[in-house]
Write a protein that binds this ligand. Structure first.
Ligand SMILES: [Zn+2]
Length: 461
């Protein structure tokens, strides 16, 4: 009996020491060409119900409309019992988001994405009866302007995979949204093509879970597409390499046999059962995710330690009280309550001979910068000292280095360490069979570097 009590005590103690492992299981529900994919979504949603697991179905606008027009309210209801996200209005019909946003700026690009995507969000909301909990780009067609638009569309979470931006293979804040993205070794799946490889998939999950538990907890991201369970090639190869065929010419993807499909469903069920069987593992939807994390807006902050940090390193700061982005720290140094703001819309250069700024001129510049941020909910690209300008990075470093006493303030060079979290691979990050051949988007990565002022790790409560 004593031994039993001891065993229970030790188990409880080890569970308390281990951080929680949250599994986000999501399905990009996008194939509006092959009707068998409707049945696959229904089957997956129903199987997961039986397992007591809620997933997130990121639905394409056209897919939602097609389900409605085919009268598949059984599929809509079954997915609606889970969480509903958004996966763009038309997914692969040209031009895809990165293609048309590459040549656009911050504000006009966000407005254009909103113009194209709002009807899709509204259709998903009408058909499923809820505002989508999250968004993820089609393929690798990621673009920073989407973040501004998504917040305006009422979507708070970015759930997808890609390499454009990321921190430590765990969720992070960027562009005002909670991102589950670039999850590296914590993005897992069991191959649907080989049931004999399941034990290795279990082992990969167990190893990832152990690492997260030891680190105080974290998220594992797992995704599939319902269409994968019934087809052997993607439905959207119709639009490969920038192709723009008419609807009447769209070809259906090749089908799996019934036995193959059964194997796929069986693999998913066995995989989910294994994950469930591990103590401390909890399935969460995109809608639940923000509740697990500390609020984006930091509560308390020590001005002196912020100044010390920002003077040398323009990157996020992790303290006992909270995690601060460079944008939040800049607001605090300007005497503002930190709010969710955007990064600058352009990169400015400091006037070359500006070395010292008289105190009154610098104080006016601070008031001016704060005024810009309050009016635009965005950081300025440059701060004016009369007719001369400081880049945002140099202004922030100069502000952080100011002891508040001298009659003149020495201009400091900013050190934008935060930009290292953005990809430099303008081809690889956008590689996708649907993009035109050789597609590169360095412009979008440069814009992402500017928005990295808002980047910081998300911390579990
Ligand atoms: Zn997709």
């Amino acid at each position: 009996m004593l031994r039993l009590f001891l065993a229970i005590f030790l188990t409880a103690a080890s569970m308390a020491a281990n951080g929680p492992v949250y599994v986000v299981l999501w399905f990009d529900t996008e194939d509006y060409i092959e009707p068998a994919a409707d049945d696959a979504a229904l089957r997956i949603a129903t199987e997961l119900d039986k397992l007591g697991v809620r997933a997130t179905f990121k639905v394409v606008g056209e897919k939602a409309r097609v389900l409605e027009s085919r009268g598949r309210f059984d599929v809509i209801r079954a997915m609606g019992r889970h969480d509903i996200g958004y996966h763009s209005n038309f997914h692969s019909i040209q031009p895809t988001p990165a293609l048309y946003l590459r040549g656009m700026g911050w504000l006009d690009g966000a407005a254009e994405f909103e113009r194209r995507e709002r009807p899709g969000v509204e259709d998903v909301r009408r058909i499923f009866g809820a505002t989508p909990s999250c968004y993820g780009q089609p393929g690798s067609s990621w673009a920073p302007q989407t973040f501004r638009a998504l917040l305006r569309l009422g979507i708070p979470v970015y759930l997808d995979e890609g390499t454009h931006v990321g921190i430590g293979e765990q969720p992070f804040w960027f562009g005002g949204m909670l991102n589950v993205f670039n999850m590296g070794r914590y993005q897992l799946r069991a191959s649907l093509d080989d049931e004999s490889a399941l034990p290795q998939a279990f082992e990969r999950f167990d190893r990832a879970a152990e690492q997260l538990e030891a680190n105080g907890g974290g998220v594992v991201s797992i995704y599939y597409h319902p269409t994968e369970f019934v087809t052997t090639a993607f439905w959207d190869l119709n639009f490969a390499k920038g192709a723009n065929p008419e609807r009447a010419d769209w070809k259906k993807p090749p089908r799996r046999t019934a036995e193959e499909s059964e194997r796929c469903y069986r693999i998913l069920t066995r995989y989910v059962e294994h994950l469930k069987s591990r103590s401390g593992v909890r399935f969460v939807t995109a809608r639940e995710l923000p509740l697990l994390y500390e609020s984006q807006i930091p509560h308390a902050a020590d001005r002196a330690s912020i100044a010390r940090h920002l003077k040398e390193h323009e990157t996020f700061l992790i303290t006992d009280h909270g995690v601060l982005s460079a944008a939040e720290m800049l607001q605090i140094l300007l005497g503002m309550e930190p709010a969710i703001v955007e990064g600058p819309s352009a990169r400015a250069t400091t006037t070359s001979h500006l070395e010292e700024i008289p105190r009154p001129a610098f104080e006016r510049a601070k008031v001016d910068a704060a005024g810009f941020i309050r009016a635009n909910h965005r950081l300025p690209a440059e701060v004016w000292i009369g007719s001369e300008e400081l880049s945002l990075a140099d202004f922030a470093a100069t502000l952080a280095g100011d002891d508040g006493a001298g009659s003149a303030i020495a201009v400091r060079k900013g050190n934008l360490e935060i930009e290292k979290y953005v990809s430099n691979d303008a081809w690889g990050s956008f590689a996708w069979p649907i993009h035109p051949e050789g597609f590169r988007a360095p412009e979008l990565l440069e814009m992402a570097r500017l928005q990295a002022w808002t980047l910081k790790p998300a911390r579990l409560k």
